[in-house]
Ligand binder design. Structure first.
Ligand SMILES: [Zn+2]
Length: 64
């Protein structure tokens, strides 16, 4: 499934969804493996627990 990401709100660059593997299994810490980063200027979201939530977070930011 291809995630639908809006362009970066700051520079219009391409946004990419990333998922960490190394974050998984950290003891006592909720897993927040997903985040989105602009490939051009590097602006990013906070790490988020689900793909849906992080995409929502990013797309909402573009409206501000
Ligand atoms: Zn950008």
């Amino acid at each position: 499934m291809k995630a639908k990401l809006k362009p970066c709100p700051y520079c219009g660059g391409k946004a990419e969804l990333y998922k960490t593997e190394w974050e998984l299994g950290k003891r006592g810490v909720p897993n927040h493996p997903y985040w989105i980063i602009c490939t051009k200027c590097g602006v990013n979201t906070q790490p988020t627990g689900t793909k849906r939530a992080v995409i929502k977070c990013w797309n909402r930011r573009t409206k501000e």
